[in-house]
Design a protein around this ligand. Structure first.
Ligand code: FES
Ligand code: FE2
Length: 425
């Protein structure tokens, strides 16, 4: 580990790397529940650089395992998902979702050693439309993190997946960098282009917010602030939560139920996972067009606007209508973060005061990854799923004299008051 640079520690996620080991201490959202049907086709997926296969058995239980059969490594992707397990098509060995070998079909009963053989299976769990996978030691797995957005029933949620062809960290960092909003996404919009009551308009008045940042028990958070009107300040709050979650600030704080994960598939690909409300004031806009899924390792949830077609950029639209000429917020983010390269060269950067949250988050991640590698110190909130429950992001207006970070607690209390009033009615 000592030979790795800080940049490498932050970005490499394979087994045995400091960040890879950190990621293996948390549950990761890996699939939509709807991708797996009982006794249906196994799905290929990558996670933390490992090639995995996922399937749902006859009883509905989910198996996520290394795709290599423990006999002689034929891929279980080609397996038959039949009655309570997956059967390798090479010599017929069969495994249940926990990796137990149920049948060693090509070996006579007196030579059978199936009780000694295990497929490398990871712990998997479902909650409200999302399949979570824990890639650490199964007996060390905590409970699923109480991420607020994932506590709502699947029918009431919009769960979006979109693959991005770059390192996970640069994807995540786009979500904790509020000042790009009024360039990349709204660069051509003045304050008059927003609804008169929409506080977002103050972002167009002052495109150069100041930032406050702080550590939390789950990671870091920032408040970006600008003057508003009538003695009020316009705040945008976002969290980074270990290991790869953000609560982005583009929704009204008082209606916030959004969470976004930037899940490393390997060092140069990630899956964006967004859990939001299906409708109403907290419903986020999704991803415009996805290509049909393929069975490739990286064939799921590919965005139709991609680097092969310059993200459908239209120069005439850029000249006359939008800042980028690229249609769709997600695609605009996708274009710039992929354009930074497979893995951003951190030596090339010149971080500014607007990047304070990025600097602080990198530092927190580095400290946690190094401490885990050095003496096994458990990273933040890995054993505290409840710590995630109360975190919120979003924008709001507050009296300008209210100091940071009290302004956040005061706004949280407003929501709690509103909720208890509703409950009492
Ligand atoms: S390789 Fe799978 S049963 Fe032989
Ligand atoms: Fe963005």
């Amino acid at each position: 580990m000592t030979s790795m640079t800080d940049s490498e520690i932050l970005t490499k996620v394979g087994a045995g790397t400091p960040m890879g080991e950190l990621m293996r201490r948390y549950w990761l959202p890996a699939l939509k529940s709807s991708e797996l049907k009982a006794d249906g086709d196994p799905v290929r997926l990558k996670l933390l650089g490992e090639q995995l296969v996922a399937f749902r058995d006859t009883s509905g239980k989910i198996g996520v395992m290394d795709h290599r059969c423990p006999h002689r490594c034929a891929s279980l992707f080609f397996g038959r998902n039949e009655e309570g397990g997956i059967r390798c098509v090479y010599h017929g060995w069969k495994f249940d979702t926990d990796g137990n070998c149920l049948d060693m079909a090509n070996v006579p009963p007196h030579q059978d050693f199936k009780h000694k053989v295990h497929a490398k299976a990871y712990k998997a769990q479902e909650r409200n439309g999302l399949v979570w996978v824990y890639m650490g030691k199964a007996d060390e797995a905590p409970a699923l993190p109480d991420i607020f957005a994932n506590t709502f029933p699947e029918d009431d949620c919009n769960i979006t997946f979109a693959m991005r062809e770059c390192n996970w960290l640069q994807g995540l960092e786009g979500d904790i960098d509020t000042s790009h909003l009024n360039f990349l996404h709204y660069g051509s919009m003045g304050s008059k282009d927003f609804e008169p009551n929409d506080p977002t308009r103050f972002g167009a008045v002052h495109r150069d917010p100041e930032y406050k940042v702080a550590d939390t028990d789950t990671g870091t958070f920032y408040g970006a602030y600008r003057p508003a009107e009538n003695g009020l300040t316009y705040w945008r709050i976002a969290h980074f939560m270990f290991p790869c979650w953000t609560l982005a600030p583009f929704i009204d704080f008082n209606h916030y139920r959004l969470a976004r994960a930037w899940v490393p598939l390997d060092d140069t690909h990630m899956m964006f996972v967004m859990i939001g409300a299906k409708e109403g004031p907290s419903a986020p806009s999704g991803v415009d067009d996805l290509l049909p899924n393929t069975t490739d390792w990286l064939g799921r949830f590919r965005v139709a606007a991609n680097k092969g077609n310059d993200f459908l950029m239209d120069r005439e639209v850029q000249r006359t209508q939008s800042f980028t000429g690229i249609p769709g917020i997600h695609q605009q983010d996708q274009a710039v973060t992929e354009s930074m390269g497979d893995i951003t060269d951190h030596d090339w950067e010149h971080l500014a005061p607007s990047d304070r949250m990025i600097t602080m988050t990198r530092r927190r991640l580095l400290m946690a990854a190094k401490a885990l590698a050095k003496d096994g110190t458990l990273p933040p909130s890995a054993d505290n799923p409840a710590a995630y429950a109360t975190k919120r992001g979003g924008f709001f207006l507050a009296p300008e004299q209210r100091p940071w970070p009290d302004v956040y607690d005061a706004q949280l209390a407003t929501i709690a008051d509103a909720k208890s009033t509703v409950a009492a009615e």
